[in-house]
Design a protein around this ligand. Structure first.
Ligand SMILES: Cc1cc2nc3c(=O)[nH]c(=O)nc-3n(C[C@H](O)[C@H](O)[C@H](O)COP(=O)(O)OP(=O)(O)OC[C@H]3O[C@@H](n4cnc5c(N)ncnc54)[C@H](O)[C@@H]3O)c2cc1C
Length: 131
């Protein structure tokens, strides 16, 4: 509907019907909920005060956060939740969510020695059932 020209004025006449779910806010959270509920066969209405992705979602660097930084603070449950969520998004959002390699450097004299970092990455991979 959004792609049809003049949809903003046309939409008002279609609001006089019953919906199963009302979603407030057209950022990524609202878009994600909309996708889930429509996939479940529910009729959903999403309302946006300003414009789609006009809020924080337009600022995001679009990286799917896997929670690696929580591991450093020993927030194990949060890391596990984040990494599981990442794996779920990789499965559910094929074509939208893709793996991206990172190159980390470790210098002599760094606060976090390379071997601790390596150990953390092994623990992190295991949480994701990866190697
Ligand atoms: C610089 C920056 C970089 C980031 N990078 C990342 C990243 O790499 N990876 C990552 O996962 N996260 C990142 N984030 C965080 C991420 O952007 C946010 O967690 C996410 O965008 C929040 O989405 P949202 O849909 O909950 O909120 P929003 O995108 O803010 O959407 C809320 C929407 O609700 C609307 N709204 C509010 N009140 C009402 C109302 N009463 N009626 C109707 N509509 C209403 C607003 O207009 C807005 O459009 C980053 C954030 C910033 C600031």
């Amino acid at each position: 509907m959004v792609w049809i020209s003049g949809w903003r004025s046309q939409i008002w006449s279609q609001l006089d019907q019953e919906f199963d779910v009302l979603i407030i806010g057209g950022g990524i959270t609202g878009a994600g909920i909309l996708q889930q509920v429509t996939q479940a066969g529910l009729r959903a209405l999403l309302v946006e005060a300003r414009d789609f992705a006009s809020g924080t979602s337009s600022r995001s660097s679009k990286l799917v956060h896997g929670g690696l930084r929580y591991l450093r603070n020993a927030q194990l449950r949060l890391t596990l939740e984040s990494v599981r969520e990442r794996e779920y998004l990789l499965r559910q959002g094929r074509g939208l969510v893709n793996r991206l390699g990172f190159l980390y450097t470790s210098m002599r004299g760094d606060k976090l020695p390379g071997w601790i970092f390596g150990f953390g990455l092994i623990a992190y991979d295991l949480m994701a059932h990866q190697w």
